[in-house]
Design a protein around this ligand. Structure first.
Ligand SMILES: [Ca+2]
Length: 108
């Protein structure tokens, strides 16, 4: 059975998480450095938004996601960050749709 596009995307996200988690220390969790690398390498649109390149942004995101305060992001904790990413990309998607609609109807 072939994976659907959505299944492929989900596996890719999980694969990406584990690739970065395996870089140093605990191979199942992300350190702050690993999270930073994962975000910078894989979600440039998200990181390009205002203020996200500031070093304290990722630190604060990391602290908010690290619910048990063990200074590591496990996969369940990563879902909080993934939720933020999906929300952000949904906004971008809506903006693109709107821009496309406005161009087609010469609203600009
Ligand atoms: Ca944790």
């Amino acid at each position: 059975m072939t994976d659907t596009k959505v299944e492929e995307s989900l596996f890719q996200i999980i694969h990406c998480y584990h690739q970065y988690a395996a870089r140093e220390g605990d191979v199942e969790t992300l350190s702050l450095e690993e999270l930073k690398a994962l975000l910078v390498d894989n979600v440039p649109r998200f990181m390009g938004s205002l203020g996200r390149k500031e070093p304290h942004y990722i630190t604060e995101l990391f602290q908010a996601a690290d619910r048990n305060k063990d200074n590591q992001i496990c996969f369940e904790e990563f879902l909080y960050i993934l939720g933020k990413l999906v929300q952000d990309y949904h906004l971008q998607y809506r903006r693109q749709l709107c821009a496309h609609h406005c161009t087609q109807h010469s609203l600009y």
